[in-house]
Unconditional design. Structure first.
Length: 339
């Protein structure tokens, strides 16, 4: 068992919380660590670096309230913490399908280990679940009361069913052991620090447009997604964690603005000035045809709704990939959005 402790020199006084973020060096996790540190908390960032990267949190390493630890959540761990954000799990199809058994273990064993830690320490814990629990939905938009339409034997099942199992464990620990839980169902999220080759549609389109490659459209391009900028999602996480204990979720966190893949491709081409052509390929198995969150519950319970428009968020993301690809920015007039 790996014991996690903050060095004494890093301890601070006052009402700041000690917070564990699993998957903290990932795309979303790094933004969450950054935000939590800005609120004077102590943050333990735990990651096995399977998809996360030290580069994502390099700018935080000198903060005396930040600690980065290499550890896999499938193994037990110890820490004295007040809150746990459980984000550990590959989220893009390319990554979670590359080792589907480990993906399932990360969701299930990771849930058991974070819940066990929360039970021992009295910490509150939030599960970063996913809109994939709805599968290829037969209800639109998707409400939290919808049980989903998921293929348990398909290539995406390691992620879809892993997160559904993790949700089950969270609610059973809450009912059986009175563990304080929160469950967030995340819809498509994008922004700086995404992997350039993770197979998600925003990063695919932006990188292809910036490098002059064909824009890959799966199916006829009429399938829809809703895209939430990462700073909005992180704000939703923190509002959920700070909400009344009686409100456990699950709660949808996503942007209800709905785009077809063709509409998104056209917007990316416009914003980048790219002349990339569209390349149509067959739709992957079990790929959802429509995806849009109903965020009525988030508005009511958290006072939360997205504030960054898709165009504004895309400009920020395009500027990030311009730099990441080592290019002279095609969009020098764009200003960074606080993320």
């Amino acid at each position: 068992m790996h014991a996690i402790t903050l060095r004494d020199s890093k301890l601070s006084s006052g009402k700041a919380k000690r917070i564990l973020v699993t998957g903290g060096a990932g795309f979303v996790g790094s933004h969450l660590c950054e935000r939590l540190l800005s609120e004077t908390n102590e943050v333990i960032c735990l990651d096995n670096f399977h998809t996360g990267s030290r580069t994502n949190v390099a700018h935080l390493r000198d903060n005396p309230r930040f600690e980065l630890l290499r550890h896999d959540v499938t193994e037990p761990f110890l820490a004295q913490v007040d809150e746990i954000y459980n984000l550990a799990c590959p989220a893009s199809p390319i990554h979670y399908q590359s080792d589907p058994i480990h993906t399932m273990k990360t969701s299930v064993l990771g849930a058991l280990n974070t819940l066990g830690l929360a039970r021992r320490t009295g910490a509150k814990t939030m599960l970063a679940s996913t809109s994939e629990v709805y599968g290829d939905p037969q209800v639109h938009p998707q409400k939290e009361s919808y049980w989903g339409h998921v293929n348990p034997n398909g290539t995406r099942a390691c992620y879809d069913e892993g997160k559904r199992s993790a949700e089950t464990l969270y609610f059973d620990y809450h009912r059986r052991h009175a563990v304080r839980i929160k469950v967030a169902r995340i819809f498509n999220t994008y922004g700086p620090r995404m992997h350039a080759n993770d197979g998600r549609v925003v990063s695919n389109f932006v990188v292809q447009a910036l490098t002059g490659q064909p824009i890959t459209i799966y199916g006829d391009g009429q399938q829809t997604r809703s895209f939430c900028f990462v700073s909005d999602l992180v704000d939703g996480f923190i509002r959920l964690m700070n909400s009344r204990d009686e409100f456990t979720g699950p709660v949808n966190l996503g942007n209800p603005a709905e785009f077809t893949m063709l509409e998104l491709a056209e917007l990316v081409l416009t914003l980048t000035g790219s002349r990339s052509r569209l390349l149509f390929k067959p739709l992957p198995a079990d790929d959802p045809k429509r995806r849009r969150p109903d965020i009525t519950l988030a508005r009511k319970e958290l006072g939360w709704s997205p504030t960054i428009s898709t165009e504004e968020g895309l400009k920020n993301t395009i500027a990030y990939f311009d730099r990441a690809l080592g290019r002279k920015s095609m969009t020098p007039h764009l200003e960074e959005i606080a993320a």
